[in-house]
Design a protein around this ligand. Structure first.
Ligand SMILES: [Zn+2]
Length: 325
């Protein structure tokens, strides 16, 4: 019998649970719509019910529970502070409460950190010493794993990269500031620029893609760019430039061996990477320019296998460009 982890990926839309092996293999998984508006007990009931179903089928010993959840949260104290997508979750000691329900040790971290750990442990960052994971989707988040450890900073709040300021002006961010990385370079920002372009002369291909998909958004811009539309390609080039500027700042701060890009917009990684590399080659100081930049490998499983990584730390991993951990 080998130890496995029970992993949860708690999102505002879906709650996913899985049994994950030490090798990062998702053995069994279940997904239910999160009862996000019904308060803490309703969601804890859902988690307990999923745990019961999954552990009834599992032959292996459950070493513990890994939980990836939306921030802000305190991974050390095990407290979810105020996730905007879950009603009623204010200063909830979720580690203590879930552990009492399940009778197992529980390890908590925020979803971007968990995905970073997953990519370092089992995905595109495997074998690298320091991994910077950047997720570009509705917003922008990130995580840094170095020598197998998530970089947490004070109260676990580090690497909130979506809210670093890239410009003294520009669109207003959800955080209330202007010129945040997220406000300029998220999939949402690209979708807004696409929707504006669709209304102008030359924006017909983007407008057609929006109507095929049923709504405006980054995907419409990407689809129009894939058929060679020059207006969409110009928006992609602008997007790549903002991403490149943001990444260049992060290279100077964290000096990662590899940058792993995930999230919905990583579906357009092939269209964006040339522009991103060109910005890094121009703006980064020369010592930082040879960083590897790749697309994430774990896709929607990153949260689950990363949460398992909180429970089952990598053992004896030989890192590329570094020491043995
Ligand atoms: Zn912001």
């Amino acid at each position: 019998m080998t130890a496995v982890a029970l992993a949860f990926d708690l999102g505002g839309t879906d709650l996913r649970a899985a049994i994950v092996s030490r090798a990062g293999e998702v053995r069994q998984s279940l997904t239910v719509p999160t009862r996000a508006r019904d308060g803490v007990d309703a969601v804890l009931d859902q988690m307990a019910s999923l745990a019961e179903k999954l552990t009834a089928q599992a032959d292996d010993e459950i070493a513990g529970v890994g939980l990836g959840a939306p921030g802000p949260l305190d991974p050390v104290a095990g407290i979810m502070i105020a996730p905007p997508t879950l009603a009623g979750w204010h200063d909830i000691p979720v580690v203590e409460r879930l552990s009492a329900r399940l009778g197992l040790p529980v390890f908590l971290d925020n979803d971007a950190n968990v995905a970073a750990l997953g990519e370092w442990h089992y995905g595109a960052g495997r074998g690298f010493e320091t991994v910077l994971f950047v997720t570009v989707s509705t917003g922008i988040g990130g995580g840094v794993v170095s020598h197998g450890r998530i970089f947490h900073g004070s109260r676990g709040l580090a690497v909130e990269i979506g809210h670093m300021t890239l410009s003294g002006s520009g669109p207003t961010c959800l955080c209330g500031n202007v010129g945040c990385f997220e406000a300029l370079a998220s999939g949402t920002a690209l979708g807004h620029r696409g929707a504006e372009a669709a209304l102008r002369p030359g924006g017909e291909k983007i407008a057609a893609a929006q109507s095929d998909i049923g709504r405006p958004g980054a995907r419409a811009v990407v689809e129009a760019a894939r058929v060679g539309d020059p207006v969409a390609l110009a928006l992609i080039a602008q997007e790549a430039e903002w991403l490149g500027i943001g990444l260049t700042n992060l290279l100077h701060i964290f000096s990662p061996d590899i940058v792993v890009i995930g999230g919905g917009l990583s579906n357009a990684f092939d269209l964006l990477i040339g522009g991103i590399r060109s910005v890094v080659a121009t703006r980064a100081m020369s010592a930082y320019r040879d960083v590897v930049i790749v697309r994430a490998e774990l896709g929607t499983n990153a949260g689950l296998v990363g949460a398992a990584g909180l429970v089952l730390p990598a053992q004896g991993v030989v890192t590329r460009g570094g020491d043995q951990t």
